[in-house]
Design a protein around this ligand. Structure first.
Ligand code: AP5
Ligand code: MG
Length: 190
């Protein structure tokens, strides 16, 4: 099974590229952000907790996030593979993912790191905030999300480099260019 991590700062294109990879390779997609936003919309207990953190640009506690992830993952039947979008975001989540996959006889195949300059991230997210009204796409919360990314999430870059599965991707090109670069690497793995 192909287990792909798509990694990058807020607005780097994780969701956009995930949709393309799903279409091209027929894998399942887990976006932890989408899962949380769906719970918030349904006003579940989990949604209420999620709202407290996401509205502040903070991460949901690791243990809670890991248990949600395992549930979604185990819901996929006869899957060709999974693309993990927005997970892991901390070293603890990376360890938990490794263990969860190992318990199921699997491992992470590749980690794509979409690198985009910070001014471009801000432009993309402010624009999306105006168009789609995603609650955390306002300047104040975007800055918090970027700080959290730098302090808690970027250590994963070295963690995955050490595992030998890290792939740097220039996330500033056109959406098509980035998709084809990622697609070529996946084809080589298959
Ligand atoms: P999450 O939903 O994962 O948000 P994020 O990481 O901030 O990233 P985004 O979804 O905003 O951006 P993206 O990289 O998917 O880019 P996109 O393709 O949309 O998480 C939200 C919150 O949930 C977190 O802050 C946290 O509170 C919580 N959470 C989630 N996961 C968690 C976890 N594992 N642990 C704890 N808490 C967690 O693109 C952005 C925009 O740019 C779009 O408008 C798009 O059209 C445009 N665009 C994309 N590619 C290009 C391109 N190449 N050129 C120009 N424009 C582009
Ligand atoms: Mg996203």
């Amino acid at each position: 099974m192909l287990n792909i991590i798509i990694f990058g700062a807020p607005g780097s294109g994780k969701g956009t590229q995930s949709d393309r990879i799903v279409e091209k390779f027929g894998v399942n997609h887990i976006s932890t952000g989408d899962v949380l936003r769906a719970e918030i919309k349904k006003e579940t207990e989990l949604g209420k907790t999620a709202q407290e953190y996401t509205s502040q640009g903070q991460l949901i506690p690791d243990a809670l996030m890991v248990s949600i992830l395992a549930k979604v993952f185990d819901g996929f039947k006869d899957s060709k593979g999974v693309i993990f979008d927005g997970f892991p975001r901390t070293i603890a989540q990376a360890e938990a993912l490794k263990n969860m996959l190992a318990e199921r006889g699997q491992m992470v195949s590749v980690m794509f790191d979409l690198e985009v300059p910070e001014d471009e991230l801000m432009i993309r997210l402010i624009k999306r905030g105006k168009e789609s009204g995603r609650a955390d796409d306002n300047e104040e919360t975007i800055k918090k999300r970027l700080n959290v990314y730098h302090s808690q999430t970027t250590p994963l870059i070295d963690w995955y480099k050490k595992k030998g599965i890290y792939q740097h991707i220039n996330g500033k090109g056109t959406i098509d260019e980035i998709t084809s670069e990622i697609g070529e690497i996946i084809k080589n793995i298959l």
